[in-house]
Every structure is written in structure tokens, then in C-alpha cells.
Design a protein. Structure first.
Ligand SMILES: *Cc1c(COP(=O)(O)O)cnc(C)c1O
Length: 385
């Protein structure tokens, strides 16, 4: 354990080799379609600055973020021929920033499309964009009424270089959900109004709905980071994240003793209680009070009592005392307890667990082996800057 690991309350290990393998697996499943990578929310909390170059080295050239500022930061670590698409489109008045930073907006509304087109006219240039249409989610993208206004308006369309017609699926992780086919039908109907324009529909789960959903470009995020893409099926993705919390102290309590704020737990017999230095301020949601679990050498140790801001308390009765000393590690995300299982206990989804991962963890990045100058036999840890 190095000095930074020694002082931290928890160690978050991010396996970049697994991210790259996951991208390769998704690519292999999408046939002729191009496989992009979604990097929004700092690569789902894992670090876009670390993740993106690994995928770029492996040939990925299409990246999505949500916000302009995410795009600007991502652009700085990508090769010049990589394309960065910004899902939220240009904020009102910030259109020129997209040109300055070589970012391609997703145009979600008539307002965004008109503003982007006006800038193109002013610059006497054709500006690239993706055009998002709404196929049933009512969140982002043009509704039919706006498409009806846009299509006959050559003034708006002429200066735009529309790369892809795009939409987003609402229920793709549930394979037999009728909404999937309904959105696909709607997407085909809208595509017929934009002849010959390439198309982009699938997120991670959409890829697993099969080739009808792939079109020309797919946009996986969650599956890259190890989240299961298909509800109720074995997860084909490699796990990416391991979180190990550190024991601060351990004590033995007797029948009737309480644990934690609000004394929501009382012991029914003699129990050993370990306090671990991870709490809700680190994204370990309070909803896991009396429900969450850790693992010590593969043995489940349940959370007891309420999750505090900076700590949790676990029932470690029966665990070998040598594994409970101050500084010993308890797995909070591990192969026995993957991020989807953590989420289920918190009444949440893997996406929320990852994007909530705290800023106080010590982060270790495992580099892909053949990205290193010399292939060594041991996996090599890159320390986060
Ligand atoms: C977040 C997002 C994605 C990626 O979805 P995953 O389920 O994480 O694969 C794709 N498209 C849009 C529009 C998104 O907002």
C-alpha cells in the first residue's frame, strides 16, 4: 500500500483494460455500425480524462458528452480526428463556443437548430450537427410539430451538415417491452422524411435488442463501465470498478445495544461491529441503511444501522479478527457484489451508484497491458494525477 492509499478512507480501482474489452465486445455485436462511447458525467464517474484516451488508442473516434464544458475538457485529451458530440446541444448564446472548440452539437429543438443555422450563415460555412427527434420519450429531440416546420424551410436546413438523425430509447433494458418496437416504428417513419440521412438510435441496451436497432452509429455508455445492459440476464460485460472501504475500528456489542443515528438497529445478541470510512457524502446512499452489504474475502457482512455522512457500520460477527484490524479493507463493490447488486439494495440503478462515487476515494487506474511501453507480467497501476 503506498502513502496515498494509506491515508485514504477507501480505494477505488478502475480497470481501464476492462473498459477497453467492453468497448470491443460492443463493437463486435454491432456489425457494420460505428460504435461510439458515451463519456458524460465524467465517464459515469470513472474519469473521462483517463477513460477516453484508452478508447481512442483502441480506434474509437466518436464520443458523446452531455454538456459543452464536458466537451471542451474531453477534446483536450483526444486526437484531432476524434469527433465530440454534445447531447444537450448549444446553450442559448453559446453557439460559437462549439465552433471554437471543434464540438458537434446534437440539435434537439427548432430553437437550437435555428440558432446553429444562423451562426453557419453568419460564418458563411456549413456547420455539422446531429438532429435528434422525439420517438416517444418526450424529453429531448424535435416533436412532430417542429419537424413539420423545419422540413419545408430550406433557409434553416441549407447551411447545416446533418450527420445523423438520432433518437433515444426509453425502455431498452427490458427486451420484450412493447415501447421498443413502438419507438423503432416511429423512428422509421421519421427517417422516411429525411431520405439518405445516416441514423443513430441505440444506447448500451439498444445494442442488445439486435441489428434492427443498430442503424449506422450506436451510443453505449453504461455497458462500457460494467453495468448489465439486459434486465434479468447474465451480465456479459467485464466488471470495471472495485471499491474497498477501510476499517477505522471494530467493537463487540451485547444484546440490546444500539448502532448509529436514530438507533434504527439494536443487537439481538453479541455482535462484532466494524466502522468503515465511507458514507453518504461519498455516494454510499443513505437508502442502504440496514440494507447494504460489504464482503470480506468473499463473505457477506451486512450494513447495520443508518449510513452516516462519513461512515457505515457493518455486522462482522464470525469474521476472523485478523481481517478486522484498523486499516483492513472491506469490499463494497467487487465481483461478488457488482454495481448492479449494490444499486438494487439501495433502490437505485447502477448508473446512479457510479455517477455518485465520491471524490474522497483514492483512485487507482489499471492500465491496459499492451498500451504500456513494455509488456510486463503484472498488471500495472497508474496513479491518478
Ligand atoms: C446517456 C445516454 C446514452 C448512453 O446510454 P447507456 O444506457 O448508458 O448506454 C445514449 N444516448 C443518450 C441520448 C443518452 O442520454
Amino acid at each position: 500500500m503506498n502513502a496515498d492509499m494509506q491515508r485514504a478512507g477507501a480505494i477505488l480501482t478502475i480497470d481501464l483494460d476492462a473498459v477497453r474489452d467492453n468497448h470491443r465486445l460492443l463493437r463486435a455485436r454491432t456489425g457494420g455500425a460505428v460504435c461510439a462511447a458515451v463519456m458524460k458525467a465524467d465517464a459515469y464517474g470513472l474519469g473521462a480524462q483517463q477513460v477516453a484516451p484508452v478508447l481512442a488508442n483502441d480506434g474509437c473516434r466518436h464520443f458523446f458528452v452531455a454538456h459543452l464544458d464536458e466537451g471542451i475538457r474531453l477534446r483536450a485529451v483526444l486526437p484531432p480526428d476524434a469527433e465530440v458530440f454534445v447531447l444537450h446541444g448549444p446553450p442559448v448564446g453559446a453557439e460559437r463556443e462549439f465552433v471554437a472548440h471543434n464540438l458537434i452539437p446534437v440539435l434537439n429543438s427548432l430553437q437550437q437548430t435555428t440558432a446553429w443555422s444562423a451562426l453557419a450563415r453568419q460564418m458563411n460555412a456549413r456547420l455539422p450537427a446531429l438532429l435528434q427527434v422525439d420517438t416517444g420519450m418526450s424529453r429531448m429531440g424535435m416533436p412532430d410539430e417542429e419537424i413539420d416546420v423545419l422540413l419545408p424551410d430550406a433557409e434553416i436546413l441549407a447551411p447545416l451538415e446533418l450527420r445523423y438523425l438520432m433518437s433515444h430509447l426509453a425502455c431498452a433494458e427490458v427486451q420484450d417491452h412493447p415501447m421498443n418496437a413502438a419507438q423503432l416504428r416511429k423512428f422509421h417513419a421519421i427517417r422516411a422524411r429525411f431520405p439518405a440521412m445516416p441514423a443513430c438510435l441505440a444506447n448500451s441496451s439498444g445494442i442488445f435488442l439486435g441489428p434492427d436497432y443498430h442503424f449506422d452509429l450506436v451510443r453505449p455508455g453504461a455497458a462500457l463501465y460494467g453495468i448489465a445492459p439486459v434486465a434479468g440476464m447474465a451480465n456479459p460485460m467485464r466488471s470495471v470498478v472495485r471499491l474497498q472501504g477501510k476499517i477505522i475500528q471494530t467493537r463487540t456489542i451485547r444484546q440490546g445495544d444500539y448502532v448509529g443515528y436514530g438507533i434504527s438497529y439494536s443487537a439481538t445478541g453479541t455482535r462484532d461491529i466494524a466502522t468503515v470510512a465511507v458514507g453518504y457524502a461519498d455516494g454510499w446512499l443513505r437508502a442502504m441503511s440496514n440494507r447494504g452489504a460489504g464482503f470480506i474475502d468473499g463473505v457477506r457482512v451486512p450494513f447495520v444501522g443508518t449510513v452516516s455522512m462519513d461512515s457505515i457500520t457493518l455486522d462482522v460477527t464470525g469474521i476472523d479478527k485478523a481481517k478486522l484490524a484498523a486499516g483492513a479493507l472491506v469490499d463494497l463493490i467487487c465481483p461478488e457484489h457488482p454495481v448492479d447488486a449494490v444499486a438494487a439494495l439501495a433502490g437505485s440503478i447502477g448508473y446512479e451508484i457510479l455517477t455518485s462515487l465520491g471524490r474522497r476515494y483514492h483512485r487507482e487506474y489499471l492500465a491496459p497491458q499492451d498500451d504500456l511501453p513494455q509488456a510486463a507480467s503484472n498488471r500495472t497501476a497508474l496513479r491518478a494525477a
